[in-house]
Structure formats: structure tokens, C-alpha cells
Design a protein around this ligand. Sequence first.
Ligand code: ADP
Length: 258
Amino acid sequence: VDVNVVPVISDSLETINYIVLVYDITEIRRLEKVRSDFVANVSHELRTPITAVKGFSETLLDGALKDEAVLVEFLEIIYKESSRLDAMVNDILHLSKLEQRQVSDVREKVKVKAVAEEVIQILHQKIDAKQITVQLTDRDQAELTIDPGHLKQIFINLLANAVSYTPQNGEVSVLIEKIDTEVVLTIKDTGIGIPQDQLNRIFERFYRVDRARSRNMGGTGLGLSIVKWIVENNNGRIEVESTEHKGSIFRVILPISN
Ligand code: ADP
């Protein structure tokens, strides 16, 4: 806490009383810490791809570029690492934009299924490349009053993960249901799953179960924290269930009207 003592002075300039102001600054301190941790994490996370790009290009300039096989191999690494940098900077900017605006002022009545279909279309290359079957079920022709960009982002991040963490020929399903005053989105995959003891950590910024694997797949570790932010700022909640080597289920519950 912060304490401030203010004397109360009478007309004859005598101190007749004191006002003691006690401020609870726990939340302010916590937010300061979250912010400074975030900056430290961002710097750390950006350093890895930057070091790779710098190191490999230096080696090429030092002469390795004369060997064509090495040249191609190194350029591929440089390309991959710079793409990851690009994705990370995009996610960081996205998160900071979301946080600045707090609640979105864009609100529209949207057909949830249409948004899910659009996202499946966006991801179709990735889906086809792994021959993953995607099934979409809309039980109640659900509609939500929401920023359509927010809803799209929820689907993009959850579906991209479902596809990324599911091996060749796997299955991903999307179920949209209306339950009382809420819409429930269930995204289920037959992928690698998440260890129980890490289930509550995956929504943290930059947290990845398997850093090397996620990095290889172009992951930034920010996708789920963006989803969580959007869901909570739309008065919703997100749940996850998972069994290692069997698959994961992400459930997003949003109020129909906000
Ligand atoms: P990333 O960009 O690494 O995918 P996310 O924030 O989207 O970051 O997810 C955090 C971590 O949670 C991932 O690195 C991965 O380990 C795990 N994860 C997320 N979704 C799934 C899923 N559908 N199946 C298995 N693991 C997942």
C-alpha cells in the first residue's frame, strides 16, 4: 500500500486533525510487473530469430556462399526465421492494439457458421497439405453480437493450432451450439494433446509446451493468449481438455448479446 498523511489546518493555522489516505496499489504494481515481464519476454523471444538471421548471413558473407548447397540451406533458414519474426511482430502488435482499445466498439450480429467457414477456407492449404478432415456442425444457426474481427481471430488461432498439432490424416471438428443465452464453440482435434500439468499454462504469453517443435512450426506462443484476451473481453470464457497422443478440445463460451 501507499500511505499519505494530510494535516487538516484550522483558520488559526493550527493542525486540528489528520486525514490518512491509504491506497491499495497491488493491482497497479501487478500490472507494472506484467508489463515489464512482457517487454523482457518479447526481447528474449525476438532475439532467437534475429541471432539466427544474423549468424547465417554472416557465415554466408564470410565465404560459405560459394557452396551452392550450403547457400540454399542457409537461405531457407534465414527465410524461415524472418517469417517467424514477422509473425511475432504481427501478434505482438495485435495484442497491444487489442489492449489499447479495451472493448471494441464494433458490434454486429454475425452468423457464427459463416465466420467458421471463412476461416476454414483461409486455412485450406494447411489443411489439405496434411490431409486433415475438417467437420463443421452448426446445430442452432447460432448468431452472436460481436466484433466480427474478434470472432474470426478466435477461430483462426484455435483452428490453426488444431491443424498444426494434429498429424497427417487426422480429424478436426468444429461444433457451434446455442445453449440458453450463450453460444458454445467446440474445436476438437485428434492431435498430439497437451500434458495435464501444462494445461493451465498454455494461455500465458509465449508459453509453449514444446518450444523447439512449436518454433519449427512457425508458432509464436501468443495465439492462445490473444484468444483468451478476446474471449474474456467479450464476457466469455475458454476451457480446455486434452489427452496426450489422443487430442485436445477447446471450448469457447460467449454470451449471445453483450
Ligand atoms: P503457438 O504459436 O506456439 O501455437 P499458442 O499460444 O497458440 O502458441 O499455443 C501455446 C502452446 O499450447 C503451443 O505451443 C502448444 O504447445 C500448445 N497447444 C495449443 N493448441 C494445441 C492443440 N490443439 N494441440 C496440442 N497442443 C496445443
